[in-house]
Design a protein around this ligand. Structure first.
Ligand SMILES: [Zn+2]
Ligand SMILES: [Zn+2]
Length: 357
């Protein structure tokens, strides 16, 4: 009989629960990692609500910290027992997209492109809300955790931090820039931290949730705007001598915030879009300056791979960013059915949950 393990399995609308399943097997280019801490992502909430499709029976989750349990024979430079993180996106390193540096859009060794093909864990392959998971393309994706860093310290480099921070990098934020970040959920908070790290002189966080606005200040916002109390676009103009921000980051994925980004950015500024849009997005003529404002709209998906993970963990190790402070709730893996509605419905002031097997 095969070894079994516990795993959070998608079974339908608002039905993700623990089942006893077979432990994954390890092919030559894989590793098996024993999970020590994981979390739930907004994307998992979309899966939970059946707004993003995954196969029935799919093990969900894509933000793992753990210990190497098995190594495929082709994987070199690691030992069983090494503590590692694996990014939500697991690029192969060898395909057309990876060789162009577009790791998130990785097409894999068979080099057949599918949208967000680099997102395998908890999407096109089984994920990490389990006792163990299989790491595809392990040689490119196992990132050893520096001594002295806890699971809490590094867990969010796997997804929300790499994604959020990349919004500021994609926008080429420069020293002295003004940056406004629309929505201060976990990804927006990471974008706020990213803008600060890239050298922005003025970082503005927009939300309505007081807990999130408070955390925005801890993550690097100089000014926060509660959009229910004042018009964020007018306030951004006021704070930037009437010009508008150099960079506006969209971290929610709805028309209103996308539009507010366009209206908040100065002529020849950059709108950096992170949100996953569930409905039509349109570009308002006025905000887009009728197409002749030199406004640059860019989008980013979660950069992955072991070098990206190393870079972000070194930022954590050297105190440039504190990601562990985003954890507000803790659950055991067996309690994950309770964690899903709490996180997905944003109950009890939740920002991020930590799940430990
Ligand atoms: Zn995610
Ligand atoms: Zn690839």
């Amino acid at each position: 009989m095969a070894d079994t393990m516990r795993a959070a399995v998608f079974r339908g609308n608002r039905d993700i629960h623990i089942e006893e399943v077979d432990k994954p097997t390890c092919s030559p280019t894989d590793a098996i990692v024993r999970v020590t801490t994981t979390t739930i992502c907004g994307t998992d909430s979309h899966i939970w609500r059946e707004e993003y499709p995954v196969a029935d029976g799919r093990i969900v989750g894509h933000e793992p910290v753990g210990v190497i349990d098995q190594l495929g024979e082709a994987v070199q430079g690691y030992e069983v027992g090494d503590r590692v993180v694996v990014g939500a996106i697991t690029p192969c390193g060898a395909c057309y997209f990876c060789q162009h540096g577009d790791f998130a859009q990785c097409a894999g060794y068979d080099d057949v492109w599918g949208m967000i093909g680099g997102w395998r864990l908890g999407n096109s392959a089984d994920g990490v809300q389990a006792d163990y998971f299989r790491v595809p393309y392990a040689q490119a994706n196992l990132a050893k955790i520096p001594d002295g860093l806890s699971d809490d310290d590094v867990m969010f480099v796997t997804d929300i931090a790499t994604t959020g921070i990349s919004a500021a990098e994609t926008a080429n934020v420069r020293i002295g820039d003004s940056v406004v970040v629309y929505a201060q959920g976990p990804i927006g908070l990471s974008a706020t931290a990213g803008a600060r790290m890239m050298g922005a002189a003025l970082v503005i966080g927009v939300d309505s949730n007081p807990t999130r606005l408070e955390m925005a200040k801890k993550m690097g916002a100089d000014v926060v705007i509660d959009y229910t109390q004042e018009d964020p676009v007018a306030k951004v103009r006021e704070l930037t001598d009437g010009r508008g921000a150099d960079v506006a980051i969209e971290a929610l994925g709805i028309q209103e915030t996308f539009e507010n980004c366009l209206k908040s950015v100065r002529p020849a500024g950059v709108v950096s879009s992170l949100g996953v849009y569930g409905d039509k997005v349109t570009i308002p003529l006025e905000g887009f300056l009728y197409g002749i404002g030199d406004i640059d709209i860019r989008s980013t998906l979660c950069p992955g791979g072991k070098e990206r993970m190393r870079a972000l963990m070194s930022m954590v190790a050297n105190g440039r960013v504190n990601l562990g402070q985003l954890i507000t709730h803790r659950f055991k893996l067996d309690e994950i059915e309770d964690a899903y509605p709490l996180f997905s419905n944003q109950e009890d002031g939740v920002l991020k949950v930590a799940i430990t097997p």
